[in-house]
Design a protein around this ligand. Structure first.
Ligand code: UDP
Length: 480
C-alpha cells in the first residue's frame, strides 16, 4: 500500500520494437535513477526478453526498476521483434487492465501507438502520460501546416512552401509530408484527442536544444510537456550502450578494434534505423558514392525492400560486384548486417559523421555524441527532424530526399551517387563549413550532457513530474 512518503510508482508501457521501445526503456531507467520514483516496465513476456538482461544489471546496481510481464500468452511482434507503427495492440487491453488493477500505480507512461489504451487507463483514474517518441519541433511544424494549410494552395507536390508562424523559416514540399498531414481527414487529430484528457506528455528532448519550439509547444499549442532527455545518456556502461533493444549482430570488441584503428573524426557511420527498407538500386548508389570517396565508413544494412516474397534475399548480391571484399582489403569499410551497437559507435572519437534517416532517436543520439549529419529522411516525422538539424541547428547537410514513403512501401525516388558523395564530402571534408558544423554540434552535445545532470533542465523536469505525482498522491490519500 502506497504511503505519503514512499516513492511514486510509474508504469511504463512501451510499444513493441525499435524506435519507440528503446527510448521508453531508457526513460524508465532515467526516472528510476533520479530518486523518488520506482519504474515498472510492463510488456509481453517475449518482448521483455529484448531488454531483461540490462534491466537486471540496473537492479543489481540498486536501481528501483522492475519488469512486470502482462498476464497473457499473446505476442505482438513479428519474427523480427519489432512491430510497425500501425500494428493493432488492442488485444493487450484486458492484460493491461489487470496489471493496473493489481499495481495501482501513481501514473502510467503509455506509447501513443497503443491507441486504445486511453479508455482503460482513464476509467481507473490513473494519470496517463503520453510518450510520442519525437521532439518538440515536429508537432509544431505539423500543427501549423494543419492549421494554415499552406500546402493546399500549391500546384505540384514538389513546390516548396514556407510553414507559417514558426520561429524559423522552414520550407517543405507536399511530397515530404506524411499522409495524415497532407490530408487531415486521415487523422492528425488522433494526437490531439489522445492528449486532451491526459496528464501530459514526456518528451525525449532537452530545453536548450529547441527552446523556441519547446516554448511554442507549451505556450501556443498548449501541450503540457516534460522534456526529460536525451534519455540515451542514462546508459553509462559499455554493456548498456551495446545491448539496447537487441543484441548486436557484430561482436562489440571487433567493432571497437576496427574503430580504434582509425583517425579521430575519419569514419562515417551510416544507418537508417530499425524499420526502413531501401531498394537495392539505392544501396548500389550509396556503395558507388562510398567507393568514390576517401573516408572510411561503417554501414549498417538492416532491412532491404523486396518487391515480392520470392525476390532474392541475399543483400551481398545487391551491392556492386566485389564491393564488400574491396572495402575489407583496403580496411576502408565495415558492413554490419542486422543490428549495430549504435550508441557505442556514435560516441567513438573516430566517428566524424552520421548518415541518418533522421529517426528522432538516431538524430538525438547523433547530436548528443557531437557528430554532424548527412540527413536522409524517409518517413514518419523524419522530414521535420531533417529541417531541425540542417536549418535550425545547422549541423547537417541534406542529401536531397524528397519523397515521404511509408516504411513498408517501395520508394520510387533514388538519390543518385553524385548527390550522396557531395553531401558526404560537405560533412566529412576539411572545409571551414564542415569545421563550423563540427564546433556547433559539439556545443550541443555538451549542453545535452548538462541537461541530464543534477541542476540541468531535464533533471529538473523529471523532478517536477515526480513532485507533481507525489502531491497528487498525498491529496488523494487525504481525501480518502
Ligand atoms: N538502433 C541500434 N542499432 C541499429 C539500428 C538502430 O541500436 O542497428 C537504435 C538506435 O540507436 C535508436 C533506435 O534503434 O535508438 C532507432 O530509432 P530511430 O528513432 O532513430 O528510428 P526508427 O528505428 O524508429 O525508424
Amino acid at each position: 500500500m502506497a504511503s505519503v512518503t514512499s516513492p511514486v510508482q510509474i508504469v511504463f508501457f512501451p510499444f513493441v520494437g525499435g524506435g519507440h521501445q528503446i527510448p521508453m526503456i531508457d526513460t524508465a531507467i532515467a526516472f528510476a535513477s533520479h530518486g523518488g520514483a520506482n519504474s515498472i516496465i510492463t510488456t509481453t513476456l517475449s518482448n521483455s526478453l529484448q531488454f531483461n538482461k540490462s534491466i537486471l544489471r540496473y537492479q543489481q546496481s540498486g536501481l528501483p526498476i522492475t519488469i512486470h510481464t502482462l498476464p497473457t500468452n499473446i505476442e505482438i511482434s513479428d519474427t523480427d521483434m519489432s512491430a510497425g507503427p500501425f500494428t493493432d495492440t488492442s488485444v493487450l487491453r484486458q492484460p493491461l487492465l489487470q496489471v493496473l488493477q493489481d499495481l495501482h500505480p501513481d501514473a502510467i507512461v503509455v506509447d501513443m501507438f497503443h491507441r486504445w489504451a486511453a479508455d482503460v487507463i482513464d476509467d481507473l483514474q490513473i494519470p496517463r502520460i503520453i510518450f510520442h517518441g519525437s521532439g518538440c519541433f515536429p508537432p509544431c511544424v505539423f500543427h501549423n501546416v494543419t492549421h494554415y494549410a499552406p500546402h493546399e494552395k500549391l500546384g505540384s507536390d514538389s513546390d516548396p512552401f514556407l510553414v507559417p508562424g514558426l520561429p524559423d523559416p522552414i520550407e517543405l514540399t507536399r511530397s515530404q509530408l506524411p499522409p495524415f498531414i497532407r490530408d487531415p481527414s486521415q487523422g492528425f487529430d488522433r494526437r490531439k484527442n489522445a492528449e486532451e484528457n491526459s496528464f501530459g506528455t514526456v518528451t525525449n528532448s532537452f530545453y536548450n536544444l529547441e527552446p523556441a519550439y519547446a516554448d511554442y509547444l507549451r505556450n501556443v499549442i498548449k501541450t503540457k510537456v516534460w522534456l526529460v532527455g536525451p534519455v540515451s545518456l542514462c546508459n553509462k556502461k559499455t554493456e548498456d550502450k551495446t545491448e539496447r533493444g537487441k543484441i548486436p549482430t557484430i561482436d562489440e570488441q571487433s567493432c571497437l578494434n576496427w574503430l580504434n584503428s582509425k583517425e579521430p573524426n575519419s569514419v562515417l557511420y551510416i544507418s537508417f534505423g530499425s524499420l526502413a527498407r531501401l531498394p537495392r538500386e539505392q544501396l548500389k548508389e550509396i556503395a558507388y558514392a562510398l567507393e568514390s570517396g576517401d573516408q572510411a565508413f561503417i554501414w549498417v544494412i538492416g532491412k532491404i525492400f523486396k518487391s515480392s516474397e520470392t525476390e532474392e534475399g541475399d543483400e551481398s548480391k545487391w551491392l556492386p560486384d566485389g564491393f564488400e571484399q574491396r572495402m575489407k582489403e583496403k580496411n576502408k569499410g565495415l558492413i554490419i548486417r542486422g543490428w549495430a551497437p549504435q550508441l557505442l559507435i556514435l560516441e567513438h572519437e573516430s566517428v566524424g559523421g552520421f548518415m541518418t534517416h533522421c529517426g528522432w532517436n538516431s538524430t538525438l543520439e547523433g547530436l548528443s555524441s557531437g557528430v554532424p549529419m548527412v540527413t536522409w529522411p524517409l518517413s514518419a516525422e523524419q522530414f521535420a527532424n531533417e529541417k531541425l538539424v540542417s536549418r535550425v541547428l545547422k549541423v547537417g547537410v541534406e542529401v536531397g530526399s524528397r519523397e515521404w514513403v511509408s516504411w513498408q512501401d517501395e520508394r520510387r525516388e533514388i538519390v543518385r551517387r553524385e548527390k550522396v558523395a557531395k553531401a558526404v564530402e560537405k560533412v566529412m571534408g576539411k572545409s571551414e563549413e564542415a569545421e563550423e558544423m563540427r564546433k556547433r554540434v559539439r556545443y550541443i552535445a555538451d549542453k545535452a550532457r548538462r541537461a541530464v545532470e543534477e541542476g540541468g533542465t531535464s533533471y529538473a523536469d523529471i523532478d517536477a513530474l515526480i513532485h507533481e505525482l507525489t502531491v497528487r498522491r498525498q491529496t488523494c490519500l487525504k481525501a480518502n
